[in-house]
Write a protein that binds this ligand. Structure first.
Ligand code: SF4
Ligand code: SF4
Length: 227
């Protein structure tokens, strides 16, 4: 994924879309106050300067799907592992809730279910049947909308011929909802894909690159001189 911070307006449409697509619970005021909110993507705000010359930058932060993910080495029961698509996946029914992965994740994008949350009627009817509802004691995080990737793969297989998913056939919910088209999704192994081309932009960088986690999310931002 590539995220262009110069396009992001901080509207949080991506956050709402992810919540709806992936059956994220609304934890309520009390749990929120205890930092137990569950949000697979959050929009961080960074301020520069002082009023009236203050500038704000918005940075959507989600699981970076690291190629060398510290959370994978930390889990004692291999509940999180790398799949064949290069995704850092979470096996819910293997997770025993030690929360070690959350401690090891430098991006703080792993969330723990302190309760089995309920959806009041009729909200339970809007749950996405393609996504599991997680229970108490299980860790969760952004999956790059794996259900949409699987669906595209199934459709490509049914098509016959070249069974590969074509560029642009998978759009995660956050990417789909973004009104400024700040996010691009695709396959970095395909040099001709839109995401590979976007990543070559001279403004590119990866968050906390020096940690050698090799994230699969590339950010674009124009560095500006101040003063
Ligand atoms: S890729 Fe999917 S799961 Fe990940 S933040 Fe975006 S909408 Fe949520
Ligand atoms: S939807 Fe797009 S513009 Fe809005 S906060 Fe998310 S990335 Fe930024």
């Amino acid at each position: 994924m590539v995220i262009d911070l110069d396009r992001c307006s901080g509207c949080e449409a991506c956050v709402v879309a992810c919540t709806a697509e992936n059956n994220l619970p609304i934890v309520g005021e009390k749990q929120f106050a205890r930092a137990r909110e569950i949000k697979w993507i959050r929009v961080e705000r960074y301020w520069e300067g002082e009023y009236p010359d203050a500038r704000v930058t918005f940075l959507p932060m989600l699981c970076q799907q690291c190629d060398q993910a510290p959370c994978e080495t930390a889990c004692p029961v291999f509940a999180t592992y790398h799949n064949q698509d290069g995704l850092n996946t979470q096996v819910y029914n293997r997770c025993i809730g030690t929360r070690t992965c959350a401690v090891y994740c430098p991006y703080e994008v792993r969330y723990f279910n302190w309760y089995s949350y309920q959806w009041d009627e009729p909200l339970e009817q809007q749950l996405n049947p393609d996504v599991s509802v997680r229970e108490k004691g299980v860790m969760e995080k952004c999956t790059f909308c794996i259900q949409r990737i699987r669906d595209a793969k199934d459709q490509a297989k049914d098509r016959g011929g070249d069974k590969r998913v074509k560029d642009g056939e998978v759009t995660p919910a956050c990417v789909q909802a973004c009104p400024t088209e700040a996010m691009v999704f695709g396959d970095f192994n395909d040099p001709d894909s839109a995401v590979s081309k976007a990543a070559t932009d001279e403004r590119n960088y990866r968050v906390l690159e020096k940690l050698n986690t090799t994230p699969s999310v590339v950010y674009l931002r124009k560095a500006e001189a101040h003063g």
